[in-house]
Design a protein around this ligand. Sequence first.
Ligand SMILES: Cc1cc2nc3c(=O)[nH]c(=O)nc-3n(C[C@H](O)[C@H](O)[C@H](O)COP(=O)(O)OP(=O)(O)OC[C@H]3O[C@@H](n4cnc5c(N)ncnc54)[C@H](O)[C@@H]3O)c2cc1C
Ligand code: FES
Length: 252
Amino acid sequence: MINKDILLIKKEIINKNVYALTFKCDDIAKIAKPGQFIHIYLPGYTLRRPFSICEIKKDGIKIVFNVRGKGTREMAKWQEGLSVNVIGPLGHGFSAIKNTDRVLLVGGGMGLAPLFELSKHKNVVKALAGFESENDIILSSYFEKYLNVTICTTDGSFGVKGLVTDFIKKTVSLNNINRIAACGPKAMLKVVANISREIKVFCEICMEERMACGIGACLGCHCNIILKDGSLQSAYVCKDGPVFDALSFCFD
Ligand SMILES: Cc1cc2nc3c(=O)[nH]c(=O)nc-3n(C[C@H](O)[C@H](O)[C@H](O)COP(=O)(O)OP(=O)(O)OC[C@H]3O[C@@H](n4cnc5c(N)ncnc54)[C@H](O)[C@@H]3O)c2cc1C
Ligand code: FES
């Protein structure tokens, strides 16, 4: 884990509420894994803000975020050349993809960000990307550079009409998928986990729960893990996740 000031070298406006920031930090990039996150310090705010590492480049990393509250509103004003204090990479990312894997990515909205780096792997063969409507579509062009993407919109204004979870079973069977990686709203991840259990496909989910310290010290992101014997064990999203085996994460 590295704690240092890093330089903002590129700011992209994806749409009126979504921004991508690229930071120069070869040391963080060298050790970062898909699914891990960085914790960003915002001057004047006690709590850092966590963001998934969307892309790992040779000499830096990219995050993509949407403006939700005061902190992200502040970040949207940042300009290239600014120095920003971060801690990272933090948490457990996705486990290594094996030669025999055929991976499906399932992302809902901003949940696509931590999945993007995986899309570059040759064994990641397909992505399902879900949005409310055409105006909410983000990052699809990033993924389309590397794999086939089906865009699903709830209102049917673009792509196929429905929720990403409506298309998992068919996509798995058509593409001989034996592994799923998913990120999105908790309700979506719960459905993905249930489907993967039903169709017996290994699945990892990336949870973006609210957090405070980000390093397992404040106990603010407590969750439960289901052990093989059915008993529950305490865990923390920031240090035991944010990526969990879908079978072991307790949603209740
Ligand atoms: C591991 C992890 C990775 C994340 N990766 C990304 C990412 O790649 N891109 C991105 O846009 N966001 C990501 N988030 C969410 C992001 O951290 C929050 O949106 C951000 O901290 C909100 O800060 P704020 O000061 O703008 O909002 P606040 O003023 O703190 O809150 C504003 C609103 O945002 C909601 N909110 C705050 N934190 C979260 C959260 N963790 N998850 C969902 N809703 C939240 C609050 O409930 C509130 O409604 C991630 C969160 C975690 C825990
Ligand atoms: S955020 Fe403090 S323990 Fe996870």
